[in-house]
Design a protein around this ligand. Structure first.
Ligand code: ZN
Length: 196
């Protein structure tokens, strides 16, 4: 099922996600719906906050992207076709190396793109949908995407990572988007309180 994506201005985007200790059928269904939603939106990653749930769950798939990625398990480079889509529960960055600037966008900020600094290489420790631990090293676009998604799971948005001049330039667009989201939320609340 394709789920509606929450836009900037909704408070759930700034909530830290609760850790998931038991993978229930509803978590499995949620992960599968998130993957469907990510593909339908042509995104390369989606965090649970973006569909309105403050949980430590994110899905990623960088195969269709125009920038390269590498994923290593131990010393071995893995084929992205084997590893994607990635479903990560309670992921943490245990080590990071290097820094780079690159263009970034977010499904919760339609049509807003800017250069964002991020670590070049990250070591990630996570759990998969079988409650098994998974550890990997990511470089390139995957490294950037995983950092972006882990930020979401902690209530941090890419606008919090922008350099101040970029943030200033985008401020009018951000204010407009926030106002639009809040007015839609208000409409929704009014409807809900009337019981329709
Ligand atoms: Zn995002």
């Amino acid at each position: 099922m394709i789920l509606p994506i929450i836009h900037y201005g909704h408070p759930v985007l700034q909530q830290k996600g609760a850790e998931i200790h038991k993978v229930t059928d509803s978590i499995r269904q949620l992960a599968s719906d998130m993957i469907e939603t990510m593909y339908a939106s042509k995104g390369i990653g989606l965090a649970a906050q973006q569909i309105g749930k403050a949980l430590q769950l994110t899905v990623l798939d960088v195969r269709g992207a125009d920038r390269p990625s590498q994923l290593f398990v131990g010393a071995r480079e893995m084929s992205l076709d084997i590893m994607m889509p990635l479903m990560l529960l309670n992921p943490k960055i245990t080590k990071q190396e290097g820094e780079e600037m690159g263009p970034e966008g977010c499904l919760s900020f339609p049509e807003i793109y800017t250069d964002i600094p991020c670590a070049s290489t990250i070591h990630v420790s996570s759990t998969d949908l079988n409650e098994e631990p998974i550890q990997f090293i990511a470089t390139g676009l995957l490294s950037r995407a995983v950092q972006h998604e882990i930020d979401h799971l902690n209530g941090i948005l890419f606008i919090d990572r922008m350099i101040s001049s970029a943030r200033k330039t985008l401020e009018p667009d951000l204010l407009e988007l926030k106002a639009q989201t809040l007015s839609e939320l208000k409409k929704h609340h009014k409807k809900a309180s009337r019981g329709v």
